[in-house]
Write a protein that binds this ligand. Structure first.
Ligand SMILES: [Zn+2]
Length: 150
């Protein structure tokens, strides 16, 4: 059995998966309740229970992005961390090693000129959408190399 490595160079924001969830109080059953009853008078279940719910902007199955759906945040596809499976990324994949047959490839200078422009625009765009959600951290934005082993 051989080990296969796949690399992605991504420009974007890194964050912890748990930030995509929050705890909400939701109804414990479907029956109508009156006043401040702790338990339902019909089925006996708690009237309100804590539930982990996705934060605003987080879509667990975004079918607009891919045929079979994938996770997205504010319209950006979510990439998974390579070794730390609690890490998530959003942004743009710049290099995908599946598409490259060799690393010994010279990049055109123009690529880097457009990259710094792209970095500024993408940063602004991601910051604007993730800051209200509490996900933005200046030091978590930049170029990330992600390695998957399979
Ligand atoms: Zn009930």
């Amino acid at each position: 059995m051989s080990v296969k490595y796949t690399h992605y160079l991504l420009l974007g924001l890194r964050f912890e998966e748990e930030k995509l969830w929050k705890t909400d109080k939701v109804r414990g059953c479907q029956h109508k309740i009156k006043g401040k009853d702790k338990f339902c008078s019909i089925c006996g279940k708690k009237t309100w229970v804590n539930k982990e719910v996705p934060i605003e902007g987080y879509n667990e199955n975004d079918e607009d992005l891919e045929k079979y759906g994938c996770e997205s945040l504010c319209g950006f596809k979510i990439m998974f961390g390579g070794y730390e499976n609690s890490l998530r990324y959003i942004g743009l994949v710049l290099i995908n090693s599946i598409d490259y047959d060799s690393y010994d490839k010279k990049m055109e200078d123009s690529v880097f000129e457009s990259l710094s422009k792209l970095k500024a625009t993408l940063k602004e765009k991601i910051k604007e959408k993730t800051e209200p959600l509490g996900l933005w951290h200046e030091e978590s934005f930049g170029f990330w190399m992600i390695e998957y082993v399979c």
